[in-house]
Design a protein around this ligand. Sequence first.
Ligand code: PMP
Length: 421
Amino acid sequence: MADNMTDLADIFYKDNQLNFALGQPDYPIYPKQIMQFMTEIIDSQNSRLHQYTMDQGLPRLKSILVKLYSHLMPTVNIGDENLFVTTGSSAALYCSIKAQVREPGDRVLILDPSYPYYSRIVRSVGGLSVSVPMLVDPSTGRWLLDTDKVERVMKSEKPCAIIINTPHNPTGRVFSESELLCIANLCKTYNVFAICDEVYEWYVYQPNKHFRFASIPGMFDRCVTIGSLSKWFHVTGWRLGWALTGDTSLVNAIHETHACFCISSSTPIQEATARMIEWEYEKLIVDHSVEKIDHANQLSLSYWTETCHLLSEKHEKIAKILTDFGLKPLPVDSGYYILADCTELSAKLNLQSGTAFVTWLSRQGIQCAPLAMFCANNDDSQRYEHMVRFCFIKSDETLRKLSERLDFIKRTIVSQVSNIQ
Ligand code: PMP
């Protein structure tokens, strides 16, 4: 028998959890063409599409990726030899980090908060993560990148590599051209290799712009750019990614490691991805030229352009839902994560931290993630204890349920507690 509102909510929502913690869609947001291509591949009589392909990647996929990146970075000379297809971008990250950490204890610089997989990989290949924490400007709610601090750490810790994630998970921040130029200069001065995780590049909201680190003069050879099918077309279970770099010795090192654990990546998935990018490439060219002629014109929209609009609408919806509940969402430039400050609400509920808030909310049937878990350096996690992350690449139905459920919790539990105080 439930003896308080929290228990009541627990029973009510028991088998009906709303998961906003996981970074994946809960509905078929992927382009229908990619499924069509996959069906055609399965049905086709071409048995080669179901056997091993080249270790470096299926030639058709490499070819369209080279064409696309050459279009996006016209000043960079990109060839087939610069690209390696991997099993998920996680594998591209793993192989790239492993290639940089040559001696046990080699440092890798990470900007916190950060995608937890970075420090996990650094540790597993025998390296050490050193971090520079980003902090929120209290007046604007925007995340500040302290490039002076980056320089100090490069000078003192002598890292072999820096991981630059833009658009950024979990903050949704897009680094500006001037910030990236400044980091590029530091990389040159202190001989630091840049590992650029740009997996969310297609989902940058207007008027922000994605700036490609590799396009900075002299940087293509000093960095690797990582892309992901999980994020480009929202089929996270297909496990495909790639690494692009002007440093061909790095391509060889990635080959060495990747071949050890999976020889090559899945052939039919590469074929479907190649056909999808070819399709998308044509539309993107039109979108780009349309954009140049008339910003308001929304003729032939590519999947990326359309999905970016959709995500920015979902962002507005969830920001309002969270605000109505009493959280303080931070501004977001891109992607599908939103951070919210839970200080006031936690205080009302007598909860000591963001982690305690997450546990409390999950008892009400809603999962989100504490920002404290996105830290390469545990000492930094204290700084982020008052924030939580929601992933909003969810159906409108799920967002509606979130709104209803938070409204119920607010009217029952939160107001009850507030009345007691
Ligand atoms: N980088 C970032 C910043 C991510 O958020 C993720 C997944 N959430 C990945 C890389 C890994 O993606 P995948 O291995 O599915 O390509």
